[in-house]
Ligand binder design. Structure first.
Ligand SMILES: N[C@@H](CCC[C@H](N)C(=O)O)C(=O)O
Length: 279
């Protein structure tokens, strides 16, 4: 049997598995089956906790999208990860150092139950996002072939460890997230695919956001997407350093002091249930 925990961060839901005390392997096909909301457990991402690769760190963890693809970063997952390792007694500290395939992160369990994550320094260099562009810009023109003809989108692009493109919209509730998101997530200028954010600026300290995630379609919240939107909005001169991000599943607080500085995300992480499956 494999023991797992179902968790969520603002409705972005996870199957979390302790791969420190259990010997586990999941093939992409297995992950797809388990992620299925009708025939499986149902989740946006699978988080697999592993021992650290570096004596400096407490854990390593791997992230898999619902389509079985392995990815580099997950903001909501990082908060759930911190709650998971603490509640399972795998660690007794409030400050946890972890790595994912995108690098190192520090997670801090707050007294009120929320978790603060140092998401690292946002990467704007196109080749490192990766995004096909000659040089870093605040806004790029992205052309896409839609059924109604060629359309041009204005977007910002940034890596938070994983690739994001952010479009500004007037009314996020009525944005065509499903259709535009599905098209841009596989845009040829993003060779590894991209998470597509639709951002409505309410004021300099407040945005509304929906995200069409690479490998998972639209989710109720995307933590790294919230960070990416604040980076893009700030670089475009529309946002302040501290921003409340309202996603369909709830709100996050993002703090960023600007280019070259690390970005901080604070928000909730909830336990749903513990379960077990036959391997
Ligand atoms: N939900 C996540 C992001 C998960 C990975 C993403 N779909 C990707 O493919 O990069 C978050 O909260 O950041």
């Amino acid at each position: 049997m494999i023991h797992f925990t179902k968790m969520h961060g603002l409705g972005n839901d996870f199957m979390v598995v302790d791969g420190v005390t259990q010997n586990v392997y999941f093939s992409p096909e297995q992950i797809k089956r388990l992620a299925d909301r009708n025939f499986g457990i149902g989740f946006d991402q699978l988080l697999l906790v592993e021992p650290p690769y570096d004596p400096d760190l407490d854990f390593h963890y791997r992230i898999f999208n619902a389509d079985g693809s392995e990815v580099e970063q997950c903001g909501n997952g990082a908060r759930c990860f911190a709650r998971f390792v603490k509640s399972k007694g795998l660690i007794h500290k409030q400050k946890i150092k972890v790595s994912t395939s995108s690098g190192k992160m520090t997670l801090r369990l707050e007294r009120d139950g929320s978790v603060t994550v140092n998401m690292g320094i946002p990467v704007l260099e196109p080749s490192k996002i990766p995004f096909n562009a000659k040089k870093a810009e605040k806004t790029y023109l992205l052309q896409a072939d839609m059924p109604e003809g060629m359309q041009t989108f204005l977007c910002g692009a940034v890596s938070m460890g994983n690739p994001h493109c952010v479009l500004e919209v007037d009314d996020v509730a009525n944005a065509d997230v499903e259709r535009i998101g599905a098209l841009l997530t596989k845009h040829e200028r993003f060779p590894k695919g991209v998470n597509v954010g639709f951002m409505q600026v309410v004021d300099a300290n407040h945005i509304k956001l929906r995200v069409y995630e690479r490998g998972a379609a639209e989710t109720l919240a995307c933590g790294s997407g919230a960070c990416a939107a604040v980076v893009v909005g700030q670089l475009q001169g529309k946002l302040a350093r501290r921003v409340r991000v309202d996603l369909p599943g709830g709100s996050l607080t993002i703090n960023w002091e600007g280019e070259g500085k690390p970005l901080w995300m604070t928000g909730p992480a909830e336990h749903v249930y513990d379960g077990q499956i036959q391997q």
